[in-house]
Design a protein around this ligand. Structure first.
Ligand code: SAH
Length: 369
């Protein structure tokens, strides 16, 4: 049996690219904005919903694009603060998008702040030894349309729970690119997607509320520093010395700390925003107090914030998190002399928190300044 080739996703088009395609069809330029309004502001779920478009145009759109390239197949809600959306792509690949609700005083969970964790690849090629996402290698990059679609699916879900106060608003407060995959290894699609998410004709979502997390692809960090949009950067450090980092992150061979740290500094100087250093604590691997001291010096030098994340056990892998006392001791040492640090506690255990390596947590401030 032959399958028809998948149609490109409308969610991968920019105002510019869609205008050009419509122009080639003899359509007036204003149609592109009208269509994108239906997608991002009015959240149309079918072509038929787009009632101010002429019928032949709707037929052309239907023949040309997939309106939504990711189907929601499962919505697992945890008893705590996380919500996991399992999405199926047109080639039947599965990806996960997670909604993390951060409880706030005096408001119900529906009105709490929401951080959305999105994926950029199916699988991952980085082969970090502790991570579930890399276990089977990289299957493929996500397209820009598939990256944007994750956020639209979250909007559909959130709009159904709490109607939006303003039609112009996205339905969440922060985006973290920390799901499956190495975002900077899919640079072009990521940047196109985030441009669409940021644009006023798209989701209108501020770049400063978007954090990109990388295992440390130095040339791409430098490229990102040159982008006009000022995204936030998080580095998966996980080792304060090459010796420790190299044992758990193969990427450290190509980009050891002597290359990585100056790149982070360059990014920081360019954007003037605090970079986050993520450090998962793995018992007997990187949780010595000597590592904590070196990490503190690195953080101080970079004016970076340190996020300590107790390792989330992955079935079939031997790694464990250190005891709570050691986690707190480690955090204390990092926090000494003014480095900014938080120790996180995980949330979402009851929805199989090992969704790839998505880490679902609330923050527990330990020490700052
Ligand atoms: N590839 C990017 C983004 C995806 S990983 C990166 O490396 O930053 C998001 C974060 O989850 C990374 O810091 C990663 O190291 C961490 N992580 C992976 N497996 C984990 C686990 N089992 N427990 C806790 N954090 C994990």
């Amino acid at each position: 049996m032959r399958f028809a080739p998948a149609k490109p996703a409308l969610t991968g088009e920019t105002l510019e690219s869609l205008t050009a395609l419509l122009k080639a069809q003899g359509e007036p330029a204003f149609r592109a904005k009208q269509i994108l309004d239906w997608v991002y502001k009015k959240r149309a779920r079918s072509w038929a919903d787009m009632t101010n478009l002429p019928r032949p145009l709707r037929a052309w759109l239907d023949a040309t694009f997939a309106l939504m390239p990711a189907d929601l197949v499962l919505n697992q809600q945890s008893a705590d603060v996380t919500d996991k959306l399992l999405l199926k792509l047109e080639d039947h690949s599965l990806i996960e998008t997670v909604i993390i609700r951060v409880p706030q005083e005096g408001v119900g969970l529906d009105h709490s702040r929401k951080t959305i964790c999105i994926s950029t690849q199916v699988g991952c090629a980085m082969a970090c030894v502790f991570c579930a996402s890399g276990l089977e290698g990289l299957k493929r990059n996500l397209t820009a349309g598939e990256i944007v679609a994750q956020l639209l699916q979250v909007c559909y879900r959130e709009d159904a729970r709490t109607p939006r106060a303003h039609a112009e608003l996205a339905s969440f407060d922060n985006i973290v690119v920390m799901g499956m995959g190495e975002p900077l290894a899919n640079y072009e699609a990521l940047l196109r997607a985030l441009t669409i998410v940021n644009a006023d004709w798209g989701l209108g979502f501020g770049a400063r509320r978007i954090t990109i997390s990388t295992s440390g692809l130095v040339p791409k960090i430098l490229q990102l520093a040159d982008e006009a949009l000022g995204f936030r950067l998080a580095i998966s450090l996980h080792g304060a010395t090459d010796e420790v980092r190299e044992r758990i992150m193969p990427v450290n061979k190509a980009y050891p700390l002597a290359k990585l740290l100056p790149a982070v500094k360059a990014f920081n100087e360019r954007h003037g925003r605090m970079v986050t250093l993520e450090f998962i604590l793995i018992e007997g691997v990187n949780d010595s107090l000597e590592q904590a001291e070196i990490l503190r010096d690195i953080a101080r030098d970079l004016h970076a914030h340190v996020n300590l994340i107790p390792y989330n056990t992955v079935e079939g892998l031997p790694w464990r998190r250190p005891a709570l006392a050691r986690q707190e001791e480690f955090a204390h040492v990092v926090g000494m002399s003014g480095a900014s640090v938080t120790l996180r506690r995980e949330k979402g255990h009851d929805i199989d928190a090992a969704c790839g390596q998505l880490r679902l947590k609330t923050e527990k401030g330990i020490a700052a300044g």
